[in-house]
Design a protein around this ligand. Structure first.
Ligand code: 3PG
Length: 306
């Protein structure tokens, strides 16, 4: 069996070592395509792959159709909006993610960005603290849960909205349950977004929700830039001089924000949430183990396509 790792943004080398160990044990061959810049390289690499491990790499119809032997693709991470699930299903290919494996890394980055902004980018002037501030967690999945845990340590007042999770789950974590998304934004000076990007959520956060936020509002996006309606984000920046936006990966309108709203934004240069050795090892090794379990025993536990 040939397993291809195709990562435009490479894993930490310890993660590749961990993946190799799992695959060696199963007697599988590993082929590594890291840091590629040309899509043709990806198309070539998947040609004779039986299984594929990717991160945010785009696995569309063309990639799927090019991979004649492909049986399974695993997105080493949470969000699988980069995978064409219908094309996988049509090609009889199983698609999986590795939920929870990189959540802590993403949650830690959310706080890293919040503290950075609250301290004025460490500019030597007095900033503010997170302690005692309200935090709204928009979706209480694996990352949202980690965010709540860390927020407790900071002494924040924590709210969450997630219509798919039983209220008792939130309550036992000491999180106040909000029954509407509007209530969440109205209650929270900081809102941390943890919704997936899909047809329902893309462009779902805009002026209306932002304008509900209390004074000195900070929107924290470690999810996907696509969930924000950018023209409305700009309207909020323009109308509220107490509004800031911090995001793991810049919005398309970054130039406008950077040239007009100094001190009210922070953007990572590349998607950085899961960029820790620990997260890479967790997600990478989980991906390899899931591939072995599927190919050897037909285990489809983390399958995301039907
Ligand atoms: C995820 O969905 O797991 C994160 O956004 C991480 O993405 P990455 O693997 O491209 O860093």
């Amino acid at each position: 069996m040939k397993i291809v790792i195709a990562t435009e943004k490479p894993f930490a080398s310890a993660a590749v070592d961990g993946i190799r160990e799992v695959l060696d044990k199963a007697g599988y061959e590993l082929s590594l395509l890291e840091g590629y810049t040309d899509r043709q390289e990806l198309l070539g690499a998947v040609k004779d792959a039986d299984a594929l491990i990717v991160r945010s790499d785009i696995v569309d119809k063309e990639v799927i159709n090019n991979a004649e032997n492909l049986k399974i693709v695993v997105r080493a991470g949470a969000g699988y909006d980069n995978i064409d699930l219908d094309a996988c299903t049509a090609g009889n290919i199983v698609a999986m993610n590795t939920p929870g494996q990189n959540s802590n890394a993403v949650a830690e980055l959310a706080f890293g960005m919040m503290v950075y902004l609250a301290r004025g980018g460490y500019n030597g002037k007095p900033g503010t603290e997170l302690k005692g501030k309200t935090l709204g967690i928009h979706a209480y999945g694996n990352v949202g849960k980690c965010v709540a845990k860390i927020a407790k340590g900071f002494g924040m007042d924590i709210y969450a909205f997630d219509p798919y999770i039983d209220a008792s789950e939130l309550e036992k974590d000491g999180v106040k349950v909000m029954t509407t998304v509007e209530d969440l934004y109205s209650a929270s000076q900081y809102v941390s977004i943890h919704i997936p990007a899909n047809d329902q959520t893309k462009g779902s956060i805009g002026y209306k929700l932002i304008s509900l936020m209390p004074a000195n509002a900070v929107l924290v996006n470690t999810a996907r830039k696509e969930v924000i309606k950018e023209e409305e984000l700009l309207k909020a920046f323009n109308e509220r001089n107490d509004f800031s936006y911090i995001s793991d990966i810049a919005p398309d309108c970054r130039n406008t924000i950077e040239s007009n709203y100094e001190g009210r934004y922070f953007f990572t240069p590349k998607k950085m949430g899961a960029q820790t050795a620990e997260a890479n090892i967790n997600a990478g090794v989980a991906a390899a183990s899931q591939i072995v379990a599927f190919l050897e025993k037909g285990d489809e536990t983390f399958r995301v396509n039907k």
